[in-house]
Design a protein around this ligand. Structure first.
Ligand code: MSP
Length: 522
């Protein structure tokens, strides 16, 4: 029995037509940081990530590589699973849309929509973009001098005519408009909600959506139930993954009842429409409640430019971790990218941040304090004597920081949350300089002990609260402070003076080395 509040969070599932890059890493880390925060804040978290393996893109890339689609998907899915391990992602499940459980769920939702009369067989004639796996109308396209047509995102289209099943999306325009008017935090940040609402309010409303592909063009997909000529449109297939992982189609499964509707779908801004228009319409049709929030993050550019193979600036998560260290990369991305906006990665910025905030900031504070304790207090965390106003003020900042940080986290303003935490790091630095425990050593050892205790107690709070972002370094600091594994949840931050005293500590080792020489960016 658990009385914890459930919290279900997902990333988008990655296409396996390529291998992971920094953009995928960013989304996984962001979602992981929120999942870890919620666990430490006492929630019963279900965190899902995985791979999206069907569709024309995957089929075509597999063909180019002279491979069977399934073998190609297996190979690349493995590299995404490996990325999750490399980045210390704490996902509870890894879903692959080629799994049997997912075929079952996707075909079940199809059947639900069909039975309801919301899916019907028709004929499609129009422009189709393989890259975006979507159809376009003539007026949405631009025509180049050679007559070739392009979508607003610049991908090529080709004319196709084929039998297709359609989902009656047009019938959901008004319900979706009403839904977003009543749930203005369902899509975050606001800029994305506004885009969705203006899309819904387009003249003539939403058009019906083609939700199948004919076998003459695509075979790599989930078969449409009872019609061997068609496979399911990859987005209807892929979006359903969020239901599969918690037991759908068994709506009575304990996990399904506990975790649906999802609390957060974390996605990139490019796929907002699929999540904020198509997905809720499918769910409404299936008679299921809608996810509480969709958070659409921005894109990570590299050296100020969009990542692309032709520019040659695609960064691999593995190389970044090798070059800078895992917690360092996690911290940099969370600190540098503002809420929902695009961010940039550059070697100079990374070195600057890592050195300023981690090596010279938290790392140096912990190292200095623990070394002084080790050297001057017989390697034992000293018990405090009398507290001064300055001591109380610093401890108060450390104990209450969780309230400020929680608010920012719940709004997915992770960079702001980190600013709040680092304000306490700075307060500790100011305090240590003002109290100068190294001089107290000769003049007043009682006072020195109190000062070192106040610092160690503040560092305990800091290390607990940074666990979601820099998990392994934070746990090293907590190990050094001899904080027990069962005392590392957020509720222990505010349990005043929870730090054990007179416990022996081992010789401290720095957790965030300073980057000294000019390491070449990967
Ligand atoms: N398969 C779809 C998602 C289906 S969800 C039911 C897809 N896959 S993807 O591999 O192209 O992208 C996976 C996620 O990574 C998306 O949320 C996408 O926005 C994100 N990113 C891809 N490149 C990115 C950056 N350069 N920066 C940040 N995120 C980016 O879309």
């Amino acid at each position: 029995m658990t009385d914890k509040t459930p919290f279900y969070i997902t990333t988008a599932i990655s296409y396996v037509n390529g291998v992971p890059h920094l953009g995928h890493a960013y989304e996984s880390i962001l979602t992981d940081v929120i999942a870890r925060f919620k666990r430490l804040d006492g929630y019963d978290v279900m965190f899902l990530t995985g791979t999206d393996e069907h569709g024309e893109k995957v089929q075509q890339t597999a063909e180019k590589n002279n491979m069977e689609a399934k073998d190609f998907a297996d190979q690349n899915a493995a590299s995404f699973e490996k990325m999750a391990q490399t980045l210390d992602i704490s996902n509870d499940d890894f879903i692959r849309t080629t799994q049997e459980r997912h075929y079952k769920a996707a075909q079940a939702i199809w059947q639900k929509l069909l039975d309801k009369g919301d899916i019907e067989l028709g004929k499609y004639a129009g422009w189709y973009s393989v890259r975006e796996e979507a159809y376009f109308t003539e007026d949405e396209l631009t025509t180049a001098e050679d007559g070739e047509k392009f979508t607003p995102l610049g991908t090529e289209v080709k004319w196709v005519e084929e039998a297709s099943y359609f989902f009656k999306l047009s019938q959901y325009t008004d319900r979706l408009i009403e839904y977003y008017a009543a749930n203005m935090d369902a899509v975050l940040p606001d800029v994305r909600l506004n885009e969705v609402v203006s899309f819904l309010k387009q003249e003539g409303g939403l058009k019906d959506l083609s939700v199948s592909r004919h076998k003459s063009r695509l075979t790599w997909g989930i078969p449409v139930p009872n019609d061997g000529d068609h496979v399911m449109y990859v987005w209807l297939d892929a979006l359903t993954n969020y239901l599969t992982a918690i037991g759908y189609p068994d709506e009575n499964a304990a996990t399904f009842k506990k975790f649906w509707p999802a609390d957060f779908h974390v996605i990139g801004k490019d796929i907002t429409r699929f999540h904020a228009v198509y997905w809720p319409a499918f769910l409404m049709a299936a008679g299921l409640p809608l996810p509480k929030h969709i958070f659409a993050h921005g894109f990570i550019n590299v050296g100020g430019a969009k990542m692309s193979k032709s520019v040659g600036n695609v960064l691999s998560p593995d190389d970044l971790v090798q070059t800078y260290g895992l917690d360092q990369i996690r911290y940099f991305l969370m600190r540098e990218v503002a809420h929902g906006q695009d961010g940039n990665f550059s070697h100079e910025q990374a070195v600057q941040r890592i050195n300023a905030d981690l090596a010279n900031g938290l790392g140096n504070l912990a190292q200095r304090t623990l070394s002084m304790i080790h050297k001057n207090c017989d390697a034992r965390i000293p018990a405090p004597h009398e507290f001064t106003e300055e001591d109380e003020a610093l401890l108060h900042k450390a104990y209450t920081m969780i309230d400020r940080v929680r608010g920012e986290f719940n709004a997915i303003k992770i960079n702001r949350a980190l600013e709040q935490i680092w304000a306490v790091v700075s307060a500790c630095d100011v305090y240590i300089d003002a109290q100068a425990p190294w001089t107290l050593k000769k003049t007043d050892t009682d006072r020195m002990e109190t000062v070192l205790y106040v610092l160690a107690e503040s560092i305990r709070c800091l290390a607990i609260i940074v666990q979601p972002v820099t998990p392994s370094s934070a746990s090293k600091i907590l190990d050094q402070l001899q904080v027990k594994a069962n005392s590392r949840e957020f509720l222990h931050i505010a349990s005043n003076h929870a730090l054990g005293t007179n416990i022996e500590i081992s010789k401290p080792e720095g957790v965030f080395p300073r980057i000294v020489e000019d390491v070449e960016a990967a």
